[in-house]
Structure formats: C-alpha cells, structure tokens
Design a protein around this ligand. Sequence first.
Ligand SMILES: C=CC1=C(C)c2cc3[nH]c(cc4nc(cc5[nH]c(cc1n2)c(C)c5CCC(=O)O)C(CCC(=O)O)=C4C)c(C)c3C=C
Ligand SMILES: [Fe+2]
Ligand SMILES: [Fe+2]
Length: 347
Amino acid sequence: MGDYYSRYHQMAADAPSTAVQTGVLLVNLGTPETPTAKAVRPYLAEFLGDRRVIEAPRWLWWLVLHGVILRIRPRRSAHAYAKIWTPEGSPLRVGSERLSLALQQELEQRLPHPPRVALAMRYGRPAVADAIHQLQAQGVNRLLVLPLYPQYSATSTGSVIDAVADAVKRMRYPPALCTINDYHADPAHIEALAGSIENWWQDHGRGDHLLLSFHGIPERYVRAGDPYQQQCLTTAELLRRRLGLEETAMTVSFQSRVGRERWLHPYTDETVRRLGAERIGKLDVACPGFAVDCLETLEEIAMQNRELFIESGGGDLRYIPALNDAPAQVGQLADLVERHTRQWQPA
Ligand SMILES: C=CC1=C(C)c2cc3[nH]c(cc4nc(cc5[nH]c(cc1n2)c(C)c5CCC(=O)O)C(CCC(=O)O)=C4C)c(C)c3C=C
Ligand SMILES: [Fe+2]
Ligand SMILES: [Fe+2]
C-alpha cells in the first residue's frame, strides 16, 4: 500500500503534465534534393501520387503516372530546376528555412514563452511526421499547423492537413492541434504584399501594367467546392484597392497548369502573350500566392514568361520577388501565430 502511494507520488512529481509548450509547424510544398532527374523522379512520384492533387481513378492514374509522366517529366523538370539552383540548394528550401528561422527569432523577442518553430515539407524532407516528433521531443504538447499557402486549396492546404492527420493517427498521445486554413484576406498580409510591391516600384520605377499570377488548379475542383479561386480573387482585389490601382491597370491570371484538363482561367502564359501583343512596355508581375520564391516564380515567370512576353512584342517583364523572409511577412505570420496560440499561453 505505502509502496503503491510513494510510487504514485513519484510518478506525479516526475510528470510535467501541466506544462504547456506550444509548437508552430510551418509547412511548404517540398522540392527535390538535387536538380537531377534521379532526385526529381521520387519527388514528383510522391507529389503527383497524392489523391488531393490528382483526383482521378487510381488504377488509371497509376498507369499514366508511371507509364508516361515519370518517364518524361523528371528530366524536363530537372533542367528547369538547374537554372534556379543556388549554392545553398533549392530556393524553395532555402527561403522556407530562412523564413522559419526568422519567425522563431521574432517570437522569441515578443513572447516570454515563445513557441518552438519547425519547418516541414509536404513532399520529401523534412517530412511532416518527423517534424512533429521532433517538436514533441522538445516538449511540445500544443501544435499550430501553419501551411505557407495564403489561399486554401484542397490540393495544397488540404493535403497538408491530411499529412498531419496521418502522423497523429499513429501517436498514442498527440499534441492538441489547431490548423490555419488560409490567411488570404488578413489585413497585415495585404499590407505586407502592398508594401513589398511599393518598395520594389521605388527602386525600379513603376511599370505600365501589373499582373498578379497565382498557381492554377483544375476548374473541376472549384466546381466541386474548392474555395481557392474565390480566395485568390479576393486577395487580388484587396491588393488592387490598397495600391490605389484602376481596374484596367491590373490583371489576374493562373499559371503552372499540368495536363490537358481545363484549369482556372485566364492562363498566365496566354495573358502574357496577349499583353505583349498589345505592346505593353514594362509588365510587372507578382505572385502573391507564393510565400517563398520557387521554381514556379523564378523559372516559369521570371524566365519562361519573360521570354514569351518579349517574343510577342512586349518591352520587358519584371518579376517582383515573393515576400520570403522580409520583416513584413515575418511580422504578419508572428501576429497570426500570437492570435491563434493566445488560448494556450500559460496565464
Ligand atoms: C498537377 C497538379 C498540380 C496541382 C493541382 C498543383 C497545385 C498547387 N501547387 C502549388 C505550389 C507549388 N507547386 C510547385 C511545383 C509543381 N506543381 C505541380 C503540379 C500541381 N500543382 C508540379 C508537377 C510541380 C513540380 C515542378 C514541375 O515539374 O513543373 C511549386 C514549386 C516547387 C519547387 O520545388 O520550387 C510550388 C510552390 C500550389 C499553391 C497549388 C494549389 C493551389
Ligand atoms: Fe504546383
Ligand atoms: Fe511549373
């Protein structure tokens, strides 16, 4: 009896069961380890094998993916990645790591009990499950999941939530969870975007037209209820008003389509060609859906679409960089974290 109680008291004393430690899991898409077909292939296989990304009958898609796409695309994509690769690695990885570090430092300056920040990639490494385990090893028992996608899509944010749910399914004692679905209309986010475009204009002069290009998704997904298109258009409209631009001074388009299905319109490449043919002098392009620069901005927009624009009669296409680890984005994300974790802060 006495033995039982003393053991019980010892256990209770050892267990820090009332300590609250918050974690923030930043999640971005993921990127290959090296710009080679060998490294791009498993990355694409995981990405394009995700049912959230490709909604098609499984067996049919498996045949197309493994029989056709993974035989052709890795080499083509690797060639594109090679053009933007940096000495530190893939821009998406380097930019996401810098942002994660800056957010950790900002929260440490602001809060007496700062959350621990970890970065995960939806595809490739560091895997979502590994990052959550790493946070738990640091004592985290409250977890805020913050996908680095300002607009919600089932294909991007939804898939991150799947990965978190899969990780949690295997845990005996998971952390309490909170997930941020989107921040597409957060005033501080709009302010950060507007400020970065204005700063860029201050250094380079204002162009003749502003194009906002978002990543596309199949139109079919929007018809099925994905709020992505609406959220992109709302971000764009809020940004246009904040910048004080006439409706005719700005265009919205959707880039990076894959396959033959109809994706969100208008397509960025067709829009760029049209604006070139209209003999626009300087076309400024920003991609507000990308928190961090990556293949889709640095290669597709700043290289491929710039060439398209000039070929079709335009003057120059100037890509305005993503927010990356700019203080305005770090501050906005820190505010978001503070708002969502206040409920957990020790009194
Ligand atoms: C084929 C279906 C795809 C859907 C749907 C899709 C949605 C989607 N993607 C992003 C963000 C990024 N995508 C990136 C690259 C990329 N996207 C697809 C396909 C779909 N994306 C592919 C095949 C690729 C790989 C590159 C290529 O082969 O062309 C990237 C950049 C990755 C990097 O390493 O730099 C990002 C970021 C969002 C936000 C989204 C839905 C809204
Ligand atoms: Fe994509
Ligand atoms: Fe692309």
